[in-house]
Write a protein that binds this ligand. Structure first.
Ligand code: PLP
Length: 368
């Protein structure tokens, strides 16, 4: 029958009336940029995350502005993972800083704390841990260390994720969120936000997002156009009310997959590794590691089962970063992940029958 990787139309049916009313309100106001809708969404996001929230134009721009607002020295090193979406390292390089990579933990696929410490030098001024696929990057004592470099959390995939008593946004100095449509809180176009706890940083971010101006036509510093628009904010405010429920269902789906994969014997034979269950994760993606990943993906594609490879080429091997001097083999755990990972459908509206169909197709591929 087929199962899509993501079914935004199914989700739309669950909040359509509320969203249409919110969109209508914006249309009637004809006020499309920042304004009351953005303020209201920022307040709701602050309440939800327990941090100050500044709405911006995308997750990429959130990372860029977070680095900008910290005022790091030109050429300073920023350590991050090579196994993430390009924007994480792209933002570092675009700000005139040097991306330095450290290998990952093969279980969680997040930055490995020991590798991170080894990569930090006297030139390191910031670290960007990525909460990949919706799981908080657990760096142990690092976040609370008094003399650590500045920390920007890349929580583009992890709004609402938690570890212990803390949630995404409460580990670092600044946090980038993305509202790209496929994210757990997805807009109807591009959007993002930055979280922080420091009032001065918040004020600087608000200035940077409007060409460095605190008052119109008076520019204290350079900035750019990084504004969130009112239509996005209005829709996101509606969807935010549903977010915890959606995250809860994603967790249930992840548990069910883990159970089904175990039952089929796929895990015990080492054909597939399931992501370790983490009660604080929000499973923006449910990512297995699979033997013969590419052939498996082709077999699933042929049956109409949507999957995706996040990410097929590590960032240290990207052509645009050749000048950094990295090569194959430098981060073997990240490179192995890029050969083996496969994301399965895990969107909230997925049914148990669809999950069973996905797992049956996996078992059929391995002839179990
Ligand atoms: C880990 C990570 N960082 C940054 C981004 C950039 O977000 P956006 O697409 O909203 O610019 C994304 C999303 O695509 C992401 O997954």
């Amino acid at each position: 029958m087929g199962v899509p990787l993501l079914d935004l139309k199914a989700q739309w049916l669950t909040y359509k009336e509320e969203a249409k009313a919110a969109i209508d309100r914006v249309l009637e106001s004809q006020a499309f940029i920042l304004g009351d809708e953005v303020k209201a969404f920022e307040r709701a996001l602050s309440d939800y995350t327990g941090s100050r929230a500044v709405g911006v134009s995308s997750g990429t721009d959130a990372l860029l502005l977070a680095l900008w607002a910290l005022g790091l020295h030109p050429g300073a090193e920023v350590v991050t993972t090579p196994f993430t979406f390009f924007a994480t390292a792209g933002a570092i390089a675009r700000m005139g800083l040097r991306p330095v990579f450290a290998d990952i933990d093969p279980q969680t696929l997040n930055l490995d704390p020991k590798a991170l410490l080894a990569a930090i030098s006297h030139k390191t001024e910031a670290v960007i841990p990525v909460h990949l696929f919706g799981r908080i990057c657990d760096l142990g004592d690092f976040y609370a260390a008094p003399s650590r470099p500045r920390v920007i959390e890349d929580a583009a995939q992890a709004i609402g994720a938690s570890l212990g008593q803390k949630q995404a946004g409460q580990f670092g100095d600044l946090t980038a969120l993305s509202f790209f449509p496929s994210k757990n809180l997805g807009g109807m176009g591009d959007g993002g936000a930055i979280l922080c706890s420091d009032e001065a940083l918040e004020q600087r971010l608000r200035r940077l997002r409007v060409h460095g101006a605190e008052k119109r036509y008076l520019h204290q510093e350079l900035g750019g156009n990084f504004r969130l628009d009112a239509l996005q904010a209005a829709v996101l405010a509606v969807k935010l009310k549903h977010l915890d429920r959606w995250s809860q269902v994603r967790r249930r789906h992840a548990q069910l997959y883990n159970g089904l994969l175990e039952e089929k014997g796929l895990l015990s034979r080492g054909l597939i590794a399931a992501p370790p269950y983490d009660p604080g994760a929000v499973f923006n993606q449910y990512v297995i590691r699979a033997q013969d990943r590419d052939a498996l993906k082709a077999a699933l594609d042929a049956q109409g089962i949507g999957t995706a490879v996040y990410y097929p080429l590590c960032l240290h091997l990207q052509p645009c970063f050749a000048h950094l001097g990295y090569g194959p083999g430098d981060f073997p755990l990240a490179e192995a992940a890029s050969r083996e990972v496969l994301a399965l459908p895990v969107y909230p509206e997925l049914t148990e029958a669809q999950q069973a169909e996905v797992v049956d197709a996996l078992a059929a591929f391995y002839r179990i």
